[in-house]
Ligand binder design. Sequence first.
Ligand SMILES: Cc1cc2nc3c(=O)[nH]c(=O)nc-3n(C[C@H](O)[C@H](O)[C@H](O)COP(=O)(O)OP(=O)(O)OC[C@H]3O[C@@H](n4cnc5c(N)ncnc54)[C@H](O)[C@@H]3O)c2cc1C
Length: 466
Amino acid sequence: MTAPATTQIPGFRGEVIAPGHDRYDDARAVWNGTVDRRPRLIARCSGTADVAAAVRFARHRDLEIAVRGGGHNVAGTAVCDDGVVIDLSAMRAVTVDPVERTAHVQGGALWGDLDHQTQAHGLATTGGIVGHTGVGGLSLGGGIGWLMRKHGLAVDNLIEAEVVTAAGDILRASANDHPGLFWALRGGGGNFGAVSSFRFTLHPVGPTVMAGPVFWAAEHTTDVLCFYREFAADAPDELGNIIRLGTIPPLPGIGERLHFRPAIAVASCYAGPVEDGERAVRALREFGTPLADLVGPTHYVDLQSSIDDTVPHGWHYYWKATDLAGLSDGVIDIIAEHAYRASSPRSYAAMFHLGGAVARAPRDATAYPGRDVEHNIIIDAVWLPEQNDTVGAAETAWAREFLAALQPHRAGVYVNFLDSDDDTSRVREAYGDDTYRRLADVKAKYDPENVFHNNKNIQPGKLLIT
Ligand SMILES: Cc1cc2nc3c(=O)[nH]c(=O)nc-3n(C[C@H](O)[C@H](O)[C@H](O)COP(=O)(O)OP(=O)(O)OC[C@H]3O[C@@H](n4cnc5c(N)ncnc54)[C@H](O)[C@@H]3O)c2cc1C
């Protein structure tokens, strides 16, 4: 059943996009091109009042609700079939207070928006490493990125949030207002309402930082990972590290002869003086015989958009992920064995180095549970839409087999890296029993009917089966 393009939402000043609208197909598309859902209405909100009006409208008509931030969740939970999408993509304003060192950020902003505004003042907060990812979903799930070892997760920097609840009420959640809700928002995802704005703490960063990747040929993966295990263990908090295993993407600064060559990269970003960063990455750059070394003084804002083109909107994506109990020899062997077996040159695996300030925050201070995890891995199967029938199944199988091989070494999972379908049952694994139960209690208080369920869903406590 479709609603006419002229459907009105009482009290709504934004744009309503329904089937038949000339931009309906663009408006329902999300980052992952495999997602093909047909909402009844897309309520593109102009502000908090619109968000509340759209929630009330959907509830009054008993319609499904999905909340769209940046539209990047690989599972496509930002859109739903036959329901109302609370679309925040027109709410991207970022206002910086350079004296207080805070940023007020609307719920549909992207990390590129936030970095652009904050770096104008030489400030930043921990965010995702791809500029076109949404602040909303990424922050609500935890938020890992280059700065986390020094400045904590995105949720550790969240000071308050304005939330439109399932009842259509507008609440402010902070350490003093609705503290239980505030705790749950910092890791519990979009389960508790639509967040129309966030306020984050900012820190002096750059604008120039020592950063970039060093690449080695794939055959040296075991040696590089063994070296990296020690390098990461000794790294100062300022140093953020991410490993990438796959083929070398055709990025600016990389010679054509290296494009699509299988390689392991260690990319780093030093959140401190450039000369200290130079010292911190020296051993890495001197290890073995790199194929390419792109480390150098870089504008932080450029670093934050440097891989945007390697993961564009509309390609087909399938993810598998796990936190790792450690980087044992066994884990390293499995990674070296599986990482380059993908048939698509666009597929890759990435490992984030956590620890530092992430580990120092008390485990129960937020709903992000993986504080004691040093490394996680995400296995990203990527192919072009036109390759769906040829390599899609093989890429999916590659990701599943890679994860299965890591089974003995798994130690939880980051909720924002979960995919759909076969990952639905892993939400409890992502939180662990204690955090899940506490989240379920908050859910029962703020969304007892589970109106916000198009997400990595927490069942309201009263429905919880233990
Ligand atoms: C290319 C790419 C790079 C990534 N890099 C990182 C990274 O560096 N670090 C990291 O931690 N994660 C990273 N991620 C994972 C990312 O955290 C999740 O995909 C996250 O869901 C993206 O948020 P979004 O707002 O873009 O997503 P959406 O698909 O819009 O939203 C996902 C879900 O979040 C909820 N949501 C979103 N916005 C709001 C809001 N304002 N209020 C209430 N609920 C909301 C909704 O439940 C929605 O279903 C990356 C993802 C991609 C695709």
